[in-house]
Design a protein around this ligand. Structure first.
Ligand code: NAD
Length: 286
């Protein structure tokens, strides 16, 4: 595919469009990821809590056995909250290292490209120590890049002030209803890439927006393609999810057209400022 890459602050590159597998059961993850790789996706986003690292890894290893080079694939997984629950010095760090080993083992890989802290859980005051454990993992070489997810400017500022490694990216809820303008500006200022979760707004109401349908018709594209194009033109990395082969392919066909300033203004007009997911500042689920 001709999907562009984004260069991260550690010098590595990530495809700007990837394939997300949240809510895909383990057994279905294998055919879904297989279809995605066959369609041309080269970046896969999973997490320990999705409980599909095994099925995801099976499809990845199938592709590698079929001749795809490991360095041509980009694999992300995330450290779940349980691994960071009762942080007390060394013990907490060891728990993080064990969680990482478990993910790598389920994926059946020798290294992963990107490891993220899934949620900051600022009420526990542990994320800085957790981040230091990720720094250690990066040094060990079995993860090429480290980043965060659902962090706000307050937590990012703390890492910028007190940690050694600046997060390569922050993966956050981002779609035309919730465009995250302020956070994106903060990221840009500090060399942190922005990655959008639920880039299609989870596929419901957003994809039925009349204004978006009008833009889609103008370009002879689908609304999903217009929304993904919007992410790419904003410099945002997007990881749409689908288990439907035709949609998996459709979501990758987002090059070869350009949204103009009028389109971008119309898309800005649908913003509601409302999240679909939980507010990360208060989210504390185990
Ligand atoms: P999404 O915005 O990617 O929407 C997916 C849904 O949209 C699908 O289930 C389907 O119903 C619909 N859809 C997909 N393609 C379509 C198309 N072409 N036409 C019509 N409908 C279509 O939502 P998501 O799965 O929540 O987010 C994507 C990925 O982001 C996840 O799979 C996961 O990898 C990641 N994620 C991360 C976090 C986090 O906390 N870090 C949270 C949520 C999701």
């Amino acid at each position: 595919s001709n999907i562009p890459s984004v260069t991260l602050n550690d010098g590595t590159q990530i495809p700007q469009l990837g394939f997300g597998v949240w809510q895909v059961p383990d057994a279905e993850a294998t055919p879904a990821v297989r279809t995605a790789i066959e369609a041309g996706y080269r970046s896969i986003d999973t997490a320990a809590i999705y409980e599909n690292e095994t099925g995801t890894g099976a499809a990845i290893n199938e592709a590698l056995a079929g001749g795809l080079a490991r360095e041509d694939l980009y694999v992300t997984t995330k450290l779940w909250n349980s691994g960071t629950r009762d942080w007390s010095g060394e013990q907490g760090r060891d728990a993080v290292l064990r969680e990482f080993d478990a993910s790598l083992d389920k994926l059946g890989l020798e290294y992963i490209d990107l490891y993220l802290i899934h949620w900051p859980r600022p009420m526990h005051g542990t994320f800085l120590n957790v981040w230091k454990a990720l720094e250690q993992l990066k040094e060990g070489g079995r993860v090429k890049s480290i980043g965060v997810s659902n962090f706000g400017t307050e937590q990012l500022t703390r890492l910028l002030d007190e940690a050694s490694v600046v997060p390569a990216l922050n993966q956050v809820e981002l779609h035309p209803y919730f465009p995250q303008g302020e956070l994106r500006a903060f990221h840009a200022q500090h060399g942190i890439a922005t990655e959008a979760w639920s880039p299609l707004g989870q596929g419901g109401e957003l994809l039925a927006e009349p204004e978006l349908a009008r833009i889609a018709e103008k370009h002879g594209r689908t609304v999903a393609q217009v929304v993904l194009r919007w992410h790419l033109q904003n410099g945002v990395i997007a990881i749409p999810k689908s288990v439907t082969p035709s949609r998996i392919r459709e979501n990758l066909a987002v090059t070869g057209f350009e949204l103009d300033t009028e389109d971008l203004a119309a898309i800005a007009g649908v913003a509601t400022g409302k999240r679909i997911g939980p507010d990360p500042q208060g989210f504390d689920w185990n």
